[in-house]
Design a protein around this ligand. Structure first.
Ligand SMILES: [Zn+2]
Length: 146
């Protein structure tokens, strides 16, 4: 059991891909190429279109589930068993990204459901230390039948 203060001090894994952004909740740290007008996540070192270095762009973590799967084999890195991963289509940027889904939502996951990025204590880093991870959690929506 962690207090809020302890959670704040846990390292985020992977490093540098997401951040708390005050009132709007966590955001993804992506990239944007102003020449090609393209967003990326994660931020690449070079834009694949023009080979210029993209700018940092904070991306909203609101989206919908495009596809997902539940993994029931023994998980790596202290993740819960079972855990879920999936592709999420981000509303604002239009990017389709792969990530962890909230294991507490496994029985309610469905393609097309709305999700939102969260950062929370989840599993361990490669050295066995507790860490924070970004994951997508279902957003309750009007009209949901559950
Ligand atoms: Zn470019």
């Amino acid at each position: 059991m962690h207090t809020d203060n302890e959670q704040d001090t846990l390292p985020l894994v992977p490093k540098g891909i997401a951040a708390e952004a005050g009132g709007t909740g966590p955001v993804l740290i992506g990239g944007h190429c102003p020449h090609c007008r393209r967003d990326f996540f994660p931020r690449p070192r070079y834009c694949p279109g023009c080979m210029r270095p993209p700018q940092e762009r904070l991306l909203s973590g609101d989206g919908v589930i495009y596809s997902y799967t539940v993994v029931r084999i023994r998980p790596p890195l202290g993740l819960p068993q079972p855990y879920a991963v999936g592709f999420v289509d981000l509303n604002q940027s239009g990017l389709r990204i792969f990530g962890l889904l909230n294991h507490g939502d496994i029985d309610r996951l469905a393609i097309g459901k709305r999700v939102r990025l969260k950062l929370g204590p989840l599993g361990q880093d490669g050295g066995g230390q507790a860490c924070m991870r970004p994951y997508f959690s279902l957003v309750a929506a009007e009209g949901d039948d559950d």
